[in-house]
Design a protein around this ligand. Structure first.
Ligand code: MOS
Length: 734
């Protein structure tokens, strides 16, 4: 019934190559695409029970301290208001996905401006919102509550496990022919998913069903059960459609706990939906970073030393710490290396995973520094990188599982016509626009997460895939249907993927770009199981069975699957787990970016003219959804380079730009036609299907290509992102 694979070693043969349906790799449309664009796909707040109450969260308005008074009685008398809930469980920030536990907070403790302190529940949303706005609160503020990374009162921790060094970097710097020694800063970022966080809770006796918008349902069920002190088996979470997560929905958020508590108390379903402002204030942000980078190179432009020392922040007691230097140990050669990590304890909204935690900002700063090193060494930036690709992981002395950075750099340079560039900055002018080009490498670690899936082949020859995996806009419905269709010989449209329900087998969920690979492997295993059952019926050797277009073919026999099944249904289950392969090789995905910008010589405004991204991420399951992921990644890069910045008020840490009008993610007018190329790669260490993660790869370094292009256009080196006009204008040539 069930097949299991633990990834302890490389897998040389790829079974998908033996299949003949021709679905995998094709640019197949999303099966749920029509539902989504026509508004028919039910997101969290689109499938409400007929009778329900609405809850609106009330936020604290001090950075740290306690709530000492709450005038609940007055609010409870308002029309329609059913309850004002100030349960302590509302205050705790649910744990960060994958890496942490809830912070230790006493009753009524406030840790950041905007933290929810109460929930007003009423018969209509408007009544609840009215009550929430009128609820009078009294606070006792803490005297010392640092909110800025440069605040002298901020406690700065230097976790010993996160400091590593090898060789002698200081000496390498002294002996180098060319060096870079600079500070780079990136601001806090918001995930800015389109669908605001929302949850609808309903109890049936002791069993809770929560409809919400989350990325990792098995983990979310455990979190919610823990927050409510109930048994996991009594919680069901449904999230069939998720309007983007980008890390902010890895874990449950306040609305899930609040809706569940209220629904239990009132004995009716309760919906809690965050306003856009709530999302900005209450949901994980990416930490701002300060990165001190040192690079040393010899006369040939070979890197001899790398230093990458970073400062990030989070709330007191939170475990998550932006893993800025994740790619630094292995991306370039050089024996002398210092990696340092510090975390400032600040009273700002909890920091967590946002769009490629780590490399998104770490590779960006490193790749700006690499551009500076190329100039110092008098080398072409592409050539500098080619000369510094290591043979083996230089820190752990491990082989790479597969490595296509060199090819990505060469293909990208050719496609973009990189060699036509002028190496001298500020020399290309067209009217009032200064034109320049820049490039950067991409690198992102690759992961496999335990996943299970069930596949059912029914008597009429249709198949159903079931897993609690989510599709957060990434294309899961498409790719899992494709893998099952390929394995069972079923054409497009015949396999139905059912996702987003914790009653289905538990999978990795969506995060860290591990979803497609982990889940496709589980589905593949389930299908192998079904194929074996078919072989038993057909009394044939598994090697001789061909499945195509709903038919089984063995030698010169060809029969419809429905005839083989003869009124019965076959079920297979698959289960994949990571194993020792992770320790035997260094596994990552690579790519390159090339960008052309024009900067207005009068105003300093930057416009992106064109951008090419070349990526190698193992086997590509769906050329269309994979490309779409890369487009999204590169667009994040454009935002990070030019506009995105979460601004905290220096006095109390409140988020000033807490909506999509003031927090600037790129819109259509900011994004020219982007060129994405996917290289043909197989990684036999990744999983039996040789797939690697792709979504986040395309953001890791993307912003650097744009910032480096600004330098080439203007001669202005921006080291403090985003590169807004005020930072460019003073340095422009007259
Ligand atoms: Mo991701 S930032 O692991 O959803």
């Amino acid at each position: 019934m069930s097949r299991h694979v633990k990834m302890d070693d490389k897998v040389e043969t790829d079974r998908l190559d033996e299949m003949v349906q021709g679905l995998v790799g094709k640019p197949m449309d999303r099966p749920e695409g029509r539902l989504k664009v026509s508004g028919a796909a039910p997101y969290a707040m689109d499938a409400l029970p007929l009778k329900l109450c609405h809850g609106v969260l009330v936020r604290g308005t001090i950075p740290a301290g306690r709530v000492v008074g709450m005038a609940t009685a007055e609010i409870e008398r308002l029309p329609g208001v059913r309850a004002v809930i100030s349960d302590d469980r509302l205050l705790r920030h649910p744990a960060q996905g994958m890496a942490g536990k809830a912070p230790v907070q006493g009753p009524r403790e406030i840790e950041y401006f905007g933290q929810p302190v109460a929930l007003v529940v009423a018969e209509t949303f408007e009544q609840a919102r009215h009550g929430a706005q009128r609820l009078a609160l009294q606070f006792e503020a803490k005297h010392v509550a640092p909110v800025n990374p440069d605040d002298k009162a901020a406690k700065v921790e230097t976790p010993p496990k996160k400091q590593t060094s090898s060789g002698d970097l200081d000496k390498a710097m002294r002996q180098a022919t060319s060096t870079v020694n600079q500070d780079y800063t990136t601001p806090a970022h918001a995930s800015a998913a389109m669908e605001p966080h929302a949850a609808v809770a309903e109890w049936d006796g002791k069993r809770l069903t929560l409809r919400g918008s989350y990325q990792m349902l098995a983990y979310n069920r455990a979190e919610l059960a823990d927050a409510l002190s109930i048994d996991e088996a009594d919680v069901r979470i449904l999230a069939p459609y998720v309007g983007g997560g980008f890390g902010s929905k890895l874990g449950i958020s306040h609305e899930a706990v609040a809706a569940s508590i209220a629904a239990k108390l009132l004995g009716c379903p309760v919906a809690v939906s965050l306003s856009r402002q709530n999302v900005f204030e209450m949901v994980m942000r990416r930490s701002e970073t300060r990165q001190h980078i040192r690079l040393a190179a010899d006369e040939e432009g070979r890197i001899t030393g790398i230093g990458h020392e970073v400062l990030v922040s989070n709330l007191p007691d939170e475990q998550f710490s932006e893993p800025v230097t994740q790619a630094t140990p292995f991306v370039y050669r050089g024996g002398n290396r210092v990696i340092g990590h510090q975390i400032a304890r600040l009273h700002r909204t909890c920091a967590g995973s946002v769009r490629a935690p780590g490399e998104a900002v770490g590779m960006t700063a490193l790749e700006i520094a690499m551009d500076e090193l190329a100039e110092a060494a008098g080398l072409d930036p592409v050539e500098l990188r080619l000369r510094n690709i290591p043979e083996r992981d230089p820190t752990q002395d491990l082989p790479f599982s597969s490595h296509m950075l060199a090819e990505a750099l060469k293909v990208g340079a050719d496609t973009f016509c990189w060699r036509q560039r002028s190496a001298q900055p500020a020399t290309q002018r067209q009217g009032e626009w200064l034109v320049g080009v820049g490039m950067a490498s991409a690198a992102r670690v690759n992961m496999l997460i335990e996943s299970k899936a069930r596949v059912t082949l029914s008597f009429n020859g249709n198949a159903i895939v079931e897993t609690d995996m989510t599709d957060i806009g990434t294309g899961t419905y498409a790719v899992l249907s494709q893998v099952a269709g390929e394995m069972l010989g079923l054409p497009e449209g015949v396999v139905e993927a059912r996702l987003g329900d914790t009653d289905f087998p538990s999978a990795s969920g969506s995060g860290g770009s591990f979803g497609a690979a982990s889940n496709a492997t589980a589905v593949w295993l389930a299908c192998e199981e079904i194929r074996e059952q078919l072989c038993k019926r057909l009394e044939c050797d598994p090697k001789t069975l061909t499945l195509k277009d709903g038919h089984a073919v063995i030698g010169n026999r060809r029969m419809p699957l429905a005839d083989v099944l003869n009124g019965t249904t076959l079920v297979g289950e698959g289960h994949v787990e990571p194993g020792q392969a992770e320790e035997k090789v260094r596994q990552a995905s690579y790519g390159s970016y090339f960008a052309e910008v024009e900067v207005n010589a009068v105003t300093g405004e930057t416009r992106l003219r064109r951008m090419t991204g070349v990526f190698a991420a193992g086997r590509i399951l769906n050329a269309k959804t994979a490309r779409s992921q890369c487009l999204g990644g590169m667009i994040f890069g454009i935002g990070m380079a030019l506009t995105e910045e979460l601004i905290h008020d220096r006095r109390d840490g409140h988020i000033v730009n807490r909506d999509l009008a003031e927090y600037h993610i790129p819109v259509h007018a900011d994004v020219p036609a982007l060129d994405v190329m996917l290289l043909d790669e197989r990684d036999s260490w990744a999983n039996p299907l040789q797939i690697k993660g792709i979504g986040e790869l395309a953001i890791c370094g993307a912003a650097a290509a744009v910032v480096n292009a600004i330098y080439n256009a203007t001669g202005v080196r921006v080291r403090d992102l985003p590169a807004t006009l005020d930072k460019i204008l003073p340095g422009l040539p007259n």
